[in-house]
Design a protein. Structure first.
Length: 129
């Protein structure tokens, strides 16, 4: 198998583990530090399609910008998640951002920062030589 496929598989494993850990920790109302919780639909009904699409988006933009600086696919991939979180907050409201300890806006931005980190690590994995 080509080296590129191994990098994609490694990135997918990291990505899936990151999403899973996020859902069972900061997205779990029984966890000590929670920043969001699902109340309209089960978590998997939002999480699986959005995160699968987000990973495809990440791969697509890393391929498009493969000869450019790495910040471009990171920013574009993070924008995907920013749009999704914003759509949830203002339109869908499938999950609520916790008021405690930083307020709903603070919880929203914690999630965005975590997405920046996930997109950054995945982009580095995909591009490593």
């Amino acid at each position: 198998m080509k080296k590129e496929y191994y990098r994609i598989i490694q990135a997918a494993i990291f990505y899936c583990c990151s999403v899973f850990v996020g859902e069972i920790t900061i997205g779990n109302p029984d966890f000590p530090f929670t920043v969001y919780h699902f109340d309209k639909i089960p978590a998997w009904q939002w999480s699986v399609p959005v995160h699968f699409t987000g990973f495809c988006w990440l791969l697509f933009w890393n391929n498009i910008f493969r000869r450019q600086v790495i910040i471009l696919p990171i920013v574009v991939s993070t924008l995907f998640f920013l749009v999704g979180e914003t759509a949830n907050w203002f339109v869908f409201q499938f999950f609520k951002y916790e008021e405690s300890p930083l307020g709903a806006a603070g919880s929203f931005w914690i999630i965005i920062v975590l997405y920046i980190g996930m997109c950054t690590v995945c982009s580095y994995i995909i591009r490593k030589t």
